[in-house]
Ligand binder design. Structure first.
Ligand code: ADP
Length: 215
C-alpha cells in the first residue's frame, strides 16, 4: 500500500523535462518530506502525485492501482484518494465562494447539496479551528491563515488516503503553521493518512517528516 511515483518524467515544454526517472513512495501513516532548492521540481512532482499533471512517462500508483486517465480525466474514486493543499490559499479558491462553499466543494462534487453538506462543513471547520461566523465570509474578508485552514478542511473533506502539502505553511505565521501541521498529524495518527510534505525549509521537515527525500 502506498502513493507511489514510478520512474516519472514530466515537464511543461516539449523536449525540456523538469524531472526524469523520479520514483518515491509514501506509505499509509507516514509523513515523507520532499526537499530541494527552489526550481528543482518539487511542486511539479507534487502536482503529478496529486494527479493534477499527467507524467510524460512512468506513472502514479495508488495502493497498487496504476492511475489511468480516461479522456484525460482520472476516475473520481482515484482522484479523491489524494488531497492537496498549496502554498497560496488565495490562488486556490474561487473568490466568489464563501469559506463554507470552499470546504463543501468535494462534498458537492460527490453529489451532495449545499444544505446536506453543511453539517460536515461545520465539523470540518471545527477540526481546523475555524469559528462558525467565518464560514459565511468570502476570501477577501479573512486572513491568509484562516483561508488556508479552509483549504486544509476542503482537502480533508473527502477523507483522502494521502495528502500532498506543497509549501502549505510557507505563507503563514508560526502559530498557524504549527496548528495546521497538528491537524494533519492527527489525521495521520487517527486514520493512517499518508502525507507528502513539500518544503524548502529543512527545519520544518526535520520536525515533521519521518524521512526526507531531496530532489
Ligand atoms: P520547486 O517547487 O522545486 O521550486 P517547480 O516544480 O515549481 O520547482 O519548478 C521546476 C521548474 O519547472 C522550474 O524551472 C520552473 O520554472 C518550471 N515550471 C514550474 N511550473 C511551470 C509552469 N506552469 N509552466 C512552465 N514552467 C514551469
Amino acid at each position: 500500500m502506498s502513493l507511489m511515483a514510478r520512474d516519472v518524467a514530466v515537464g511543461y515544454r516539449r523536449g525540456t523535462p523538469v524531472l526524469t526517472g523520479v520514483s518515491l513512495a509514501v506509505e499509509p501513516g507516514e509523513v515523507v518530506g520532499l526537499a530541494g532548492p527552489s526550481g528543482c521540481g518539487k511542486s511539479t512532482l507534487a502536482r503529478v502525485l496529486a494527479l493534477l499533471l499527467p507524467p510524460w512517462s512512468g506513472g502514479v500508483v495508488i495502493d497498487d492501482e496504476p492511475v489511468r486517465r480516461a479522456r484525460h480525466r482520472v476516475p473520481r474514486e482515484l482522484r479523491v484518494a489524494v488531497g492537496v493543499v498549496f502554498q497560496s490559499p488565495r490562488r486556490s479558491v474561487d473568490p466568489r465562494f464563501t469559506l463554507a462553499d470552499v470546504i463543501a466543494e468535494p462534498l458537492r462534487a460527490g453529489g451532495r447539496s449545499t444544505a446536506a453538506a453543511r453539517p460536515d462543513v461545520e465539523r470540518l471547520a471545527t477540526r481546523v479551528d475555524l469559528t462558525a461566523d467565518l464560514l459565511d465570509r468570502r476570501p477577501h474578508e479573512v486572513s491568509d491563515g484562516q483561508l488556508q485552514r479552509a483549504c486544509l478542511a476542503r482537502a480533508l473533506a473527502a477523507e483522502p488516503r494521502y495528502l500532498v502539502c506543497d509549501e502549505m505553511t510557507s505563507m503563514l505565521d508560526a502559530s498557524t503553521s504549527a496548528a495546521l501541521v497538528g491537524v494533519v498529524n492527527e489525521e495521520v495518527a487517527e486514520r493512517r493518512m499518508g502525507v507528502l510534505a513539500v518544503s524548502h525549509d529543512p527545519d520544518l521537515l526535520d520536525v515533521w517528516a519521518r524521512r526526507v527525500i531531496t530532489l
